[in-house]
Design a binder for this molecule. Structure first.
Ligand code: ATP
Length: 381
């Protein structure tokens, strides 16, 4: 039991009050003229994490990453790595390397020379240099392709050359700006796993900027969600998905039905919300403190909603009726948009468990929607 606890803390150092973070951002901010690109950001990131910064375009992800790398001078706050203040340290003296969105490979140089460029300032002898380049190419599974120029490589291979170049100096921290954005969907998925394996192998802290929520969920130990220059939530992929703290976070990851209402009763662990738009009470099992009369918003994920043509068994779960307004077949699942009598559209997903060409529930069918009180999250409106 104690060993399992220790292992859990080793894998999740942010839960260990005695663990020292490797990277600490304190009140870090950047303004351009009167415009705040990044507000006062506080973050602690631990050694060996695969940490993702996510948010909509223009929310300040890249600016934050560039302040960590030293390419952008903060207007306020401090950056420290392994307890050393880095705020005024130039980029090439930081134990940090960055892999750019465009990969920034030199087109006239071979893959090996591109990778070796990362060692330029180290003044190594030719044999050591060659060995380190070969090792780095092997590490990203490009052994034997070192002589090729970037245009003779696929998108995924170019991405790996850029990765090898960024890793060859063995930085303590690798910053990756949209590392997979140049790859098509299938290649992105397989490269995600390669990136995770590689990160595990080298044990370096990776900080990844992405606007792709699925990529962040698949890759990361933890995710910082940014909105208009501020970090609005930090958590594991499951925490930000299942327990979003704000409407923005609930809406940013996947799909969420956001139902507004007023708290009508509070019991320990359970809140009753009167939802005028649906004309009924909804129940939420949520530890969050709520007060009678408070305006709130309930977030329910579509996959937590059960659809049936017959009334669900009575009980203290949530239950609505409606008509199938839209439906979409996505292969593995179908998406239903159900219109309630008051006109609210509720989205529900149904797993396509059976191999059939018929719709179990079809357009215009009258259906029941139900979900358990612990499947929803209460958010401040
Ligand atoms: P994207 O996902 O589109 O790359 P981002 O979240 O990485 O966006 P940033 O590039 O960090 O966003 O930019 C944050 C904000 O700061 C944007 O509104 C951008 O226009 C602004 N900004 C960035 N660099 C500068 C600059 N040098 N001068 C003025 N404004 C800037």
């Amino acid at each position: 039991m104690v060993t399992a606890q220790r292992q859990n803390l080793a894998e999740r150092p942010w839960l260990d009050p005695t663990a020292q973070p490797q990277i600490v951002l304190e009140g870090l901010g950047k303004t351009y003229g009167g415009f705040t690109a990044v507000g006062s950001v506080n973050l602690s990131i631990y050694k060996g994490e695969m940490f993702a910064l996510v948010g909509a375009s223009g929310c300040g992800k890249t600016t934050l990453l560039r302040m960590l790398a030293g390419f952008v001078t903060p207007s306020a706050g401090r950056v420290s790595i392994d307890g050393v203040d880095m705020t005024d340290v130039p980029p090439h003296e930081r134990p940090v390397n960055m892999m750019f969105q465009s990969y920034a490979l030199f087109p006239h140089m071979s893959a090996a020379d591109n990778v070796g460029y990362g060692l330029k300032r180290l003044r190594l002898d030719a044999a050591t240099r060659r060995r380190r380049v070969e090792e780095a190419l092997e590490m990203v599974q490009l052994g034997g392709l070192g002589a090729r120029k970037p245009h003779q490589l696929s998108g995924g291979q170019r991405q790996r050359v850029a990765l090898a170049r960024a890793l060859i100096r063995r930085p303590k921290v690798l910053l990756l700006d949209e590392p997979l954005s140049a790859l098509d969907k299938k290649l992105r998925e397989s490269t995600q796993f390669e990136l995770m394996d590689l990160q595990y192998e080298v044990g370096i802290t990776f900080i990844v900027v992405t606007h792709d929520q699925d990529e962040a969920m698949a890759l990361s130990s933890r995710i910082a969600v940014m909105d208009r220059g501020a970090v609005v939530q930090v958590g594991t992929p499951a925490e930000v998905y299942e327990f979003p703290r704000t409407r923005f976070v609930a809406d940013f990851f996947g799909t969420a039905n956001l139902l507004e209402g007023t708290v009508s009763a509070c019991e320990p662990g359970r809140v009753t919300v009167h939802c005028a738009q649906l004309g009924c009470d909804l129940y939420v099992d949520d530890g969050a403190r709520a007060q009678v009369g408070e305006r709130v918003c309930i977030a329910v994920r579509p996959e937590k909603i059960r659809l049936s043509k017959t009334p669900p068994e009575p009980g203290r779960h949530n239950r609505l009726q409606g008509v199938v307004w839209e439906l979409g077949y996505l292969g593995n699942r179908s998406t239903y948009q159900i219109k309630t009598p008051g006109g609210t559209i509720v989205t529900a997903f149904a797993q396509n468990e059976r191999r059939t060409l018929d719709w179990r529930i079809d357009w215009s069918d009258e259906v029941y929607l139900s979900w358990d009180a612990d499947a929803a999250v209460l958010l401040q409106s």
